[in-house]
Design a protein around this ligand. Structure first.
Ligand code: ADP
Ligand code: MG
Length: 698
């Protein structure tokens, strides 16, 4: 049995470790610097760095790294050893305060969207002391922010930290209005539920598409998919259970609150949910979780797929981002309480979220826009590309009643009678689950469900924090001058609900009628990544980020360019991989099989002309004409790729071309291949089938 409390956070330089390893003076000075946000004194920084190094060496470390999250979407590390030459050819292990606080990695190989001129390759990493340093393998990892020499932000962490300051400031202002002098800090809290697939490593290695792009670019549907609904919450297989046990243990050692593990809807699909924590830490932890999933899967001879849609026709993977606001006194500001209709403070926060989501649907949509996620949004498995909110019947009735100036008494919790005496009655949450809503209120938090499984959660949370902070600011500005705050707040709440009610939708988000209804309500429907990203630089959005000092116009433009380029690179790589597979493996395989069919016909006929060969001939004819169509499509796709180059600096134009033209041709090429796969002898087919991949782990 694993001693969970014993190993928990043993690889983290957290409060407990600091108390043990730092002297009283240093510890107090360090805590003070974090709480006030003032820079650390050099002497204190040196002492902290030294203690950190000694602790890391005890854990077997020889190196340290500034661990950061550039715009590539993965985390980056550059390892330096503690080794320092000393007298008479000896070495000592050293780590200074300066090395702890600031790093200077060469920034030229990270995307910068034109911010960093190529002659100025320098970039800086700066320690985020609110996220603890930790040990991974032989390396002490220091969570850092990453910026250009000019000070322009090049990473995902810095804007998130800025947005946290904003929401803290404005939420505290609102609480003051309600006489809450005890609260000094408000944090956004997040619990991201992570979905993933596990497949057998040997089969993974035989699929170029999975290896190069993370998803299958070809593959006919297996006879058994998820239609039996027997995987969801089903018993966990031994090999997967071993993987999960090791993953949990490694995460616990890193102080990650891994809590729930279960099977998901699709075969070979699973989920891990941690207990929620402060958003910047949740983001770091989620990055670590994804990294460990991949590494530990490999140890267990499996491959962990974090792609949003590894298999066509099978549910893809998402990441539910549970978000709330929590005070330093432990109060969840999105908890409605027994009587939400009378809880003005709660209703005011709710109104801020409703208004923010309505006014910045485009930003929320683009925060989850990636090539991989385009396969999910709008399918029958993930929330649609239209952003709307679900409040549950009870809370929606409260909102309705306020708008109509009617009385409504919230039902609070209702009991479900189980009907068997031995079973207790269960209290039912009135915010029942609506799986089809992109943004659902789930009792005391909002669940943003549109995120793709591989996404770094920093961007959606940076945007959520910023839009809500901005709305709270305008509320506080308006209310602070009022004598009767309660009455003024009630009027403001009613006005906000009335004006932004259109964003609330409690029905089936997957239904076609919703698309028509959403259009009537003038809600946005940004179907693809290029369409969504185009809105990043809209005037109202730039104004929002600049007014809140979260991103400058220049930084937004850089981000937009990086994300569009990223989209282009992904589709381009997928297209090239498809062409490689099509020409080198699939075409030759089908050609050989048709040749085998043809010789079967000839040799049968040679035995006796009376022997029937119409079955072979029919199949031969079918496959031969499919093969011709396949060859034509290959040519078409090959012709389109150079066309994309004509867009030169017009990144958006190029991204649109990939989306509207290249991607469609890829889909058509795939369709022909999948049809051929269904009629080709499995022995001839060059890749493991969907059936083998999905049911490979026992
Ligand atoms: P499900 O949505 O699958 O029913 P749960 O209700 O257990 O799952 O919660 C899902 C996630 O929401 C967990 O990661 C949990 O820690 C997180 N969560 C719960 N309360 C909060 C909160 N106040 N703030 C942020 N996340 C929260
Ligand atoms: Mg959930």
């Amino acid at each position: 049995m694993t001693d969970v409390p014993g190993i928990f956070a043993e690889n983290v330089f957290n409060e407990q470790t600091m108390r043990k390893k730092l002297d009283e003076h240093t510890y107090t000075a360090f805590r003070e610097a974090i709480e006030t946000g003032n820079p650390l004194d050099v002497a204190v920084a040196n002492t902290v760095a030294d203690a950190m190094k000694d602790w890391a060496i005890e854990k077997g470390c020889t190196h340290y790294t500034h661990w950061f999250q550039p715009m590539t979407g993965v985390t980056a590390e550059k390892h330096d050893s503690f080794l320092t030459p000393a007298q008479s050819g000896k070495v000592i292990m050293e780590f200074s305060g300066k090395e702890l606080i600031k790093g200077e990695p060469d920034a030229s190989s990270f995307p910068s969207g034109g911010i960093r001129a190529t002659f100025e390759a320098r970039g800086y990493t700066a320690w985020d002391p609110t996220s603890y340093a930790f040990v991974k393998g032989n390396t002490l990892c220091i969570p850092t922010a990453f910026m250009a020499y000019t000070g322009d932000v090049l990473d995902k962490k810095t804007p998130l930290l800025r947005s946290m300051d904003r929401i803290n400031h404005e939420a505290v202002r609102i609480l003051r209005l309600f006489g809450r002098e005890d609260v000094t800090r408000v944090d956004a809290t997040v619990g991201p539920e992570q979905e993933y697939f596990l497949i057998d490593r040997r089969l993974f290695d035989r699929r170029k598409d999975l290896k190069y792009t993370g998803r299958t670019l070809f593959g006919a549907r297996p006879p058994k998919g998820q239609q039996m609904d027997d995987h969801y919450f089903g018993a966990i297989k031994d090999r997967v259970a071993d993987f999960m046990a090791e993953l949990d243990e490694e995460l616990w050692k890193l102080g990650v609150y891994a809590k729930t593990e279960h099977n998901e809807v699709a075969p070979a699909q699973h989920e891990l949910a941690p207990v929620f924590t402060t958003v910047n830490i949740a983001a770091d932890h989620n990055q670590l979780t994804m990294e460990l999933m991949k590494r530990i899967a490999q140890k267990h001879h499996m491959a962990c797929l974090l792609h949003e849609k590894p298999f066509k026709g099978v549910n893809g993977s998402g990441k539910h981002n549970n978000w709330s606001l929590s005070s330093n006194t432990g109060e969840n500001l999105l908890k409605p309480g027994k009587k939400p209709e009378e809880n003005t403070q709660f209703l005011l926060f709710l109104a801020a979220v409703i208004k923010g989501v309505d006014e910045y649907q485009d930003l929320l949509r683009l925060s989850v826009a990636t090539a991989g996620n385009d396969h999910r949004l709008g399918g029958d498995e993930a929330p649609p590309a239209i952003i709307s909110m679900f409040l549950g019947d009870d809370l929606e009735a409260v909102v309705d009643a306020i708008v109509k100036k009617e009385d409504y008494e919230s039902q609070g919790k209702v009991m479900i009678e189980t009907g068997a005496e031995s079973l207790p009655a269960i209290r039912k949450d009135t915010t029942d689950r609506n799986r089809t809503s992109p943004f659902a209120f789930t009792g005391n938090k909002f669940e943003f469900r549109s995120l793709g499984s591989s996404l770094n959660i920093s961007c959606p949370n940076m945007i959520l924090n910023t839009i809500v902070a901005d709305e709270l600011k305008s509320f506080a500005d308006e209310l602070e001058s009022k004598k009767n705050v309660e009455a003024a707040a009630r009027r403001l709440i009613r006005k906000t609900f009335k004006e932004h009610k259109r964003i609330i939708f409690n029905g089936d988000g997957y239904a076609d009628e919703w698309e028509a209804e959403a259009q009537k309500r003038k809600l946005l429907n940004l179907r693809s990544t290029p369409e969504a990203l185009a809105t990043y630089t809209d005037e109202k959005n730039v104004a929002l980020f600049e007014r809140n000092h979260v991103l400058t116009k220049k930084e937004i433009e850089a981000r937009q360019e990086i994300l569009l380029e990223n989209y282009i690179k992904i589709i381009n790589l997928e297209a090239l991989t498809m062409l490689d597979m099509a020409k080198k493996d699939i075409f030759p395989a089908v050609s050989k099989y048709t040749a085998a069919l043809a010789s079967a016909v000839t040799s049968k006929k040679a035995v006796s002309p009376a022997v029937r060969t119409d079955a072979e001939e029919k199949l031969l004819e079918k496959l031969s004409s499919l093969l011709c169509a396949f060859s034509d499509k290959i040519d078409e796709l090959e012709g389109e790729l150079p066309e994309a180059k004509e867009y030169k600096d017009d990144v958006l134009g190029s991204a649109r071309f990939y989306c509207d033209t290249v991607f469609d041709t890829m889909e058509e090429l795939r369709a022909i291949s999948d049809e051929m796969e269904m009629s080709t002898d499995a022995k001839f087919w060059p890749y493991p089938s969907y059936g083998e991949l999905l049911f490979s782990v026992h």
